[in-house]
Write a protein that binds this ligand. Sequence first.
Ligand SMILES: *[C@@H]1O[C@H](CO)[C@@H](O)[C@H](O)[C@H]1NC(C)=O
Ligand SMILES: *[C@@H]1O[C@H](CO)[C@@H](O)[C@H](O)[C@H]1NC(C)=O
Ligand SMILES: *[C@@H]1O[C@H](CO)[C@@H](O)[C@H](O)[C@H]1NC(C)=O
Ligand SMILES: *[C@@H]1O[C@H](CO)[C@@H](O)[C@H](O)[C@H]1NC(C)=O
Length: 394
Amino acid sequence: MSNVIPLSCKLFIVVIAIKLCTSAAHNVVDFGARGDGKTDSTSSFLKAWNAACNSDVPTASMVVPNGTFLVKSVTFTGPCKSDIKLLIHGTLIAPNNYRFLGSNESWIMFYSVSRLSIVGGTLNAKGSSLWSCKSVGNHCPFGARSLSFQSCNKVLVSGLKSFNSQRVHISINGCSNMILQRMKIIAPSRSPNTDGIHIGSSRNITITNSNIGTGDDCISIGQGSMKMRIDRIVCGPGHGISIGSLGSSAIENGVDGVIVTNSIFTQTQNGVRVKSWPKASDGYAKNLVFKNLTMRNVANPIIIDQDYCPTKSCTNSKNSGVKVSQVRFEQIKGTSLTQKAITLRCSSTNPCQGIELKDIDLTYVNHNFKKPTLSDCENARGFCTGFVYPKNCL
Ligand SMILES: *[C@@H]1O[C@H](CO)[C@@H](O)[C@H](O)[C@H]1NC(C)=O
Ligand SMILES: *[C@@H]1O[C@H](CO)[C@@H](O)[C@H](O)[C@H]1NC(C)=O
Ligand SMILES: *[C@@H]1O[C@H](CO)[C@@H](O)[C@H](O)[C@H]1NC(C)=O
Ligand SMILES: *[C@@H]1O[C@H](CO)[C@@H](O)[C@H](O)[C@H]1NC(C)=O
């Protein structure tokens, strides 16, 4: 009887054996980490990373189990021998004293890593004491970004939560072929410079199905970025989704190809925005599409601002060198918190070209008192199609 093992069972056993041999899980607890919220687990995390990164199997995994792990500033460096899967069940917290991270550029950094996926996880940088320091303004450190990717390729981030970063929550620089999905990024509306995701000098990055509410831009895209896709984002509070600030230096790379679709903005300062400094620059922003967006009480639902100068220190007013062209705003509906629902304030030396407004319906409602919305254009060239309200000023 016992020697009659069905073929399907034999196959199953073989498959399990292959799986065991081809994936090695490196649990941070086995390297000394403790999920008690107190023990400094930084070096254990690094040891687990190094073990996974040097592993010869096709996919090596690093596991952070349930619990709260205290981690200081750390860099996980590649390239690794295998694909890496980082599975995080628990929460990573920063030290209570903001000075531990405050002078570092980043809290958790991935440097030069390819074929990485990060699944799950919660990051809590405990930024509020640094923000308080900044609001009083006596010799506070700049603050660390919570999660940085520098020179990475083929990265998936799925289901990550990030709370109360000292500064930018997630920073992507010099990377390509990344997908970030199902994320939740939260900081209070008054927390300074806590952008949700900032991308620069990168290519083919997709951000989708995520909820972002912070004290600065939900997503900002800086110079040297190409082929960006932003889809199904719920943004607010915050400053909206921005291309820029561009043109801060005379020589910089442009932004080419950004598509923002199917997103909702609630009580944000801006909806979709392109901003550049009023300075000489060879920068540009082209091939931008903003489509199927809902605005709920957004102060500036549609805005191109080429006279962006929050420090009020600019002398060269209205002369941004950044060339803005081929920008389509389509199917954008909802309510504006100000009457000026569309602002296209382009450079006088480099007027915007190829601006298209299509199927726009933005109304102004304040205390049940309805006034018309307005649009304001300076140096903007382009055309409208379909229904466009407020009335076209192109
Ligand atoms: C982690 O804890 C949560 C509840 O805190 C529980 O729902 C979950 O099943 C646990 N996961 C693991 C892998 O132990
Ligand atoms: C930043 O982090 C590194 C470890 O990655 C640490 O050695 C250093 O002391 C930290 N602080 C500063 C100010 O760089
Ligand atoms: C963009 O990145 C995704 C995710 O890594 C990848 O699947 C896709 O092939 C890339 N597209 C191009 C054109 O490289
Ligand atoms: C428009 O976006 C909303 C989310 O804001 C989504 O539910 C809807 O399916 C989208 N419509 C189209 C035609 O894609």
